[in-house]
Design a protein around this ligand. Structure first.
Ligand code: HDD
Length: 760
């Protein structure tokens, strides 16, 4: 028999009460939407204060030793406890999603800003303030379930709205266009994108021959490639991505008036990206970077928010656009049709169990509510088959009944049987019409009605001519970028194509890109050793506007918040009082001051009157966890920092990754030690900002200062008390104000040429 006394924790009822307290906190906190209540009522089990049983409820005495004939004898087949455990374990995996396998999700709600009944009869948009439970899942596309988060890839953006007229599944991406125009090509696209079939390489990336071979032969992918090679595919956080429905959908009001619509989501904290070197390093250091970030933000009460926008096109106006709105490789520039924001989504509750919720969630763009309809986009039409088909295979028959998938409104129909059916429907009649069941459930005559669009034409497998321009919008996208963003796109193409070994494929991509921008194609050709591009084969056309600012991440920023940003405070014994001022200001703005030191021991300040326990050590953390760095003064503290190589590497990487850095008093010496060539503060010029690095001398009143109070908690975690940068900085010192504005800008892009030279 095993000695249980040595294995104590978690095995006896003695600590069950403590566990119960923890579990209950999760169950009754914020985020109690109708959906969460439904989950809790019927399907959520809590193990606190309970005994272990088999799947059939029989109490279990031990799971340490199987039943044997004698201590050293063979195991007996009658050991039903072992059989029960093994049989379940042997079946614990279901097929991962064929694309978008890697995902993270959370619960929340959608709130309508007003009554949208003029454009749609969708009930969740029928009144100001009306709330609808949602479940949102974000994903990468190429990699498998265990792949890294920060790879260059499109991000999936799926939201299940549990409305009072059934579920609406929004199944979009963080990029508003797609690689192909017709769903029939989707298996080819995904085969080419996924790891190559002979050696299952590479994981989580498109930088390989098969992918570039395919896209070089499918020029309709060019516009999407421009987006994929931009910083859009390197998000800093899942909280900082856009969402797009991609296709044109239809909104229909109660009078049957239909309009076309494109769906947009914009994140409250803005769209921000990692830099490429940082994304690569993060993939190794913390493959769960995005999953952890989303989880922690919600756990800390820093709830991510997005606004839902409509771009509405009157049916009569659709033909006036210089492209076909049924072509999913096209956007509608916001200068031509502005986006009107109609509500917000707030994610405020993490899942209780990943498998039951995130993994079994089954989305389908054809799960619609009255007032929202599909269009004839051939990419969308093909999706209407694929999603339910894959859910039947991946999750199983009756997947709609699973807790995470079932609606909050009643489900009444004649579907009774099938594998794993667990709803029990009372009554004899399971057909329509019936008289035995009183005709129930009866047809109300007021159900979902499809817009009676007039459709006629000859049957043919042919692409519409209006789908024929594959380059003009790619050019519009590229022309709309800042020079910094153009440089990133060029580098991304260069990196990906450098991994391609087939010269002909490289050349075809270069030649295709020459139809978009000659300078871009030529630069890439030079950097990958291809021939200069062949003459363009296509003359691009005007797309309504020469440039569109919303396409550029950098042109469409407001830089008005630092909420949720992680600021590393590099703290060694003997630090000065600048820290107290900094930490208080960060907390006021909802940013997280993360104390990093050489050891986990409390770090005393220069006066010896107070100390703070660090959240991280230099050894076990890395620069890629943080958005910004603060280096305080204090002679002793700075001498220690100057001798800690792990700390110096963090600052050097922070500089290379263009993050906001602030060093005060003696702390400025750390910047000099890592060899950074910038202007720093002097006794004549007390606060200097150069390339996003703020330095200041004469800061703080003395050698120490209690920062625990300012910090609020020992770990530095703080929910935003205000998200307005203007409010947060109004009373701050000049150096602090400049630093916080730098954090809000997210990256000092003008530092890039110098940062490239930093060797870390
Ligand atoms: Fe898809 C999953 C988004 C085209 C077939 N897709 C999937 C997910 C997202 C998208 C976000 C993950 C859902 C989740 O979180 O569970 N897909 C898109 C977008 C597309 C698109 C924005 C183009 C505009 N997809 C597309 C086509 C097909 C599919 C053309 C097939 C004809 N997609 C699937 C799928 C998946 C899927 C095979 C895999 C797992 C799943 O559905 O549930 O059916």
């Amino acid at each position: 028999m095993a000695d249980h006394s040595t294995q104590g924790v978690g095995r006896t009822l003695a600590n069950a009460a403590a566990q119960a307290a923890q579990t209950v906190k999760g169950a009754v906190g914020l985020g109690q939407t109708e959906k969460v209540k439904q989950l809790n009522q019927s399907n959520v089990v809590e193990n606190a204060n309970t005994h272990l049983t088999t799947s059939f409820g029989c109490p279990v005495a031990t799971v340490d030793d199987s039943l044997k004939a004698g201590e050293r004898g063979p195991t007996l087949f009658q050991d039903f406890v072992q059989r029960d455990r093994m049989a379940h374990f042997d079946r614990e995996r279901i097929p991962e999603r064929v694309v978008h396998a890697r995902g993270s999700a959370a619960h929340g709600y959608f709130e309508s800003y007003g009554n949208e009944s003029e454009v749609t009869k969708a009930s969740f948009l029928s009144a100001k303030g009306k709330q609808t439970p949602v479940f949102a899942r974000f994903s990468t596309v190429q990699g498998s379930k265990g792949s890294a988060d920060t790879v260059r890839d499109v991000r999936g953006f799926s939201i299940k709205f549990y409305t009072d007229e059934g579920n609406w599944d929004f199944v979009g991406n963080n990029i508003p266009v797609f690689f192909i125009q017709d769903a029939i090509k989707f298996p080819d696209l995904v085969h080419a994108l996924k790891p190559e079939p002979h050696n299952e390489i590479p994981q989580g990336q498109s930088a390989h021959d098969n992918f570039w071979d395919f896209v070089s032969l499918i020029p309709e992918s060019t516009h999407m490639l421009m987006w994929v090679m931009s910083d859009r595919t390197l998000p800093r956080s899942l909280r900082m991505i856009n969402g797009f429905g991609v296709h044109t959908f239809r909104l229909v009001n109660a009078d049957g008036v239909a309009r076309f619509v494109k769906f947009h989501w914009r994140p409250k904290v803005g769209v921000h990206s990692l830099v490429w070197d940082e994304a690569l390093k993060t993939a190794g250091r913390d493959p769960d970077f995005h999953r952890r970030d989303l989880w922690m933000a919600i756990d800390n009460g820093d709830y991510p928010e997005w606004e839902l926008g409509f771009q509405i096109i009157e049916e009569a106006d659709a033909a006036k656009l210089p492209f076909d709105i049924l072509d999913a490789t096209k956007i509608i520039p916001e200068e031509i049709v502005p986006v009107r924001y109609v509500g917000k989504m707030v994610l405020n509750r993490n899942v209780d169990e990943f498998f039951s919720e995130t993994e079994q969630a089954a989305f389908h763009p054809g799960v619609l509510v009255p007032g929202i309809e599909v269009s004839n986009d051939p990419l969308l039409q093909g999706r209407l088959f694929s999603y339910s088909d894959t859910q039947f295979y991946r999750v199983g028959t009756n997947y709609q009944e699973l807790p995470i998938n079932r609606p909050v409104c009643p489900v009444r129909n004649h579907q009774r049987a099938g594998a794993m059916r667990h709803t029990i429907v009372k009554g004899q009649a399971n057909y329509e019409p019936n008289s035995i069941g009183g005709g129930c459930p009866f047809l109300s005559g007021k159900g979902y009605e499809h817009h009676p669009e007039l459709v006629e034409g000859r049957i043919m497998a042919k692409r519409a001519e209006s789908f024929g321009d594959h380059y003009s919008q790619a050019k519009l996208f590229y022309d709309s970028m800042t020079e910094t963003e153009k440089g990133h796109i060029q580098s991304a193409f260069t990196f990906e194509l450098s991994k391609v070994t087939t010269k002909g494929v490289q050349q075809r991509v270069v030649d295709n890109l020459n139809n978009v921008d000659q300078a871009l194609a030529s630069a890439i050709a030079y950097r990958i050793g291809a021939n200069p591009p062949a003459a363009p084969t296509f003359t691009t056309k005007p797309m309504g506007v020469p440039q569109s600012a919303p396409l550029s991440i950098l042109k469409s920023q407001k830089y008005d918040t630092i909420a949720g940003r992680m600021v590393a405070v590099l703290l060694m014994p003997g630090y000065d009082s600048s820290v107290a001022e900094l930490v208080g200001a960060l907390k006021g703005a909802g940013a997280q001051a993360m104390i990093v030191s050489a050891t986990p021991a409390p770090v005393p300040d220069g006066s010896g009157s107070s100390s703070i326990t660090p959240s991280f050590t230099f050894f076990a953390s890395s620069s890629t966890q943080f958005d910004a760095f603060f280096i305080p003064g204090g002679r002793k503290a700075v001498d220690a920092l100057l001798n800690d190589a792990n700390a110096l590497v963090q600052v050097a990487e922070g500089f290379k990754h263009l993050k906001a850095i602030c060093a005060v008093n003696e702390g400025i010496e750390v910047l000099k030690k890592i060899g950074v060539q910038i202007q720093t503060a002097t006794s004549a010029d007390k606060v200097v900002e150069d390339l996003g690095v703020v330095t200041a001398v004469g800061v703080g009143a003395g050698v120490g200062g209690p920062i625990g109070k300012a910090l609020g908690t020992a770990t530095g975690m703080a929910a935003a008390t205000t998200t307005s940068l203007a409010d947060a900085t109004s009373a701050a010192s000049d150096w602090l104000k400049k630093f916080m504005v730098g954090i809000a800008k997210h990256r000092a892009w003008d530092r890039e040429p110098m940062a490239m030279k930093v060797v870390v």
